[in-house]
Design a protein around this ligand. Structure first.
Ligand SMILES: Nc1ncnc2c1ncn2[C@@H]1O[C@H](COP(=O)(O)OP(=O)(O)OP(=O)(O)O)[C@@H](O)[C@H]1O
Length: 233
């Protein structure tokens, strides 16, 4: 039996503003994301990438069309359902958004606690494991101020993964990184994503990482204008 996709978007439209200021940002978007796939969403500034990512990520309400996420319809979902769905996702943003007063391990632990309300001892164990996975076991007790940009983003990756999300949404996660750190972060996401069967949707302008995706979706003026797939490496 064919598994339902992790994300199934049909005929999605979205508008911002009211009255004469009302502007359509997305037009009739349809796409599916299969389990374990790594998809890059690219396109010029203002083309609607973040809007689409935030709709799929339950960070804004669906106005028109259908978004099915982990087999649940988001159009018409109440705030409580959206909050519950968000807990099942992982997010990484351009700014790592780490708490400066907490160590790397504590930042990752917070991710575990927000997601699952698991006991401290278990959350700590999971955090240590994740930091090892992203190559930062030695720096678990460092504050963010004492980590490089790439290391901070790797902590953010660990934090996003600690809740074992089925879907990871990343918005420009490599924009602030040098070439080597950007490649490291993307390779980590791919390696861990494949190992866990996690689906990744990554918004980027960063041409340096395009060749790593299974699939590249291109948005222009709120429409998907290209859908390039390549055989997994
Ligand atoms: N909160 C908002 N209020 C009004 N208009 C918005 C809002 N957010 C986005 N828009 C508009 O919707 C369109 C799509 O924006 P969006 O941020 O999704 O594009 P993007 O492709 O992610 O751009 P960038 O690469 O610059 O981040 C743009 O025209 C933008 O001005």
């Amino acid at each position: 039996m064919q598994q339902e996709p992790i994300v199934d978007v049909r005929g999605l439209n979205h508008w911002f503003g009211v009255d004469t200021a009302r502007r359509q940002a997305l037009y009739d978007i349809s796409l599916t994301l299969e389990r374990g796939s790594f998809t890059i969403l690219m396109g010029p500034s203002g083309s609607g990438k973040t809007t689409l990512l935030t709709l799929i990520g339950c960070l804004r309400a669906v106005q028109d069309g259908s978004v099915r996420l982990l087999s649940q319809e988001l159009n018409g979902a109440g705030e409580a359902q959206l909050v519950a769905m968000r807990r099942r996702l992982g997010f990484i943003f351009q700014a790592h958004n780490l708490h400066e007063s907490l160590t790397a391990a504590q930042n990752v632990m917070m991710g575990a606690q927000v997601h699952t309300g698991v006991p401290d001892a278990l959350a700590e164990k999971a955090s240590v494991h994740l930091l090892r996975l992203v190559g930062l076991a030695e720096r678990a007790d460092y504050l963010p101020a004492n980590l490089s940009g790439g290391q901070k983003q790797r902590v953010a990756v660990a934090r996003a993964l600690v809740g074992q999300p089925a879907l990871l949404l990343a918005d420009e996660p490599t924009a602030a990184l040098d070439k080597e750190s950007a490649a490291e972060v993307v390779d980590l996401l791919i390696r861990i994503g494949k190992a866990r069967g996690m689906t990744v949707l990554l918004v980027t302008h960063d041409n340096r990482i395009l060749d790593r995706a299974d699939r590249i979706l291109t948005l222009e003026d709120g429409r998907i204008v290209r859908d390039d797939r390549r055989a997994p490496a």
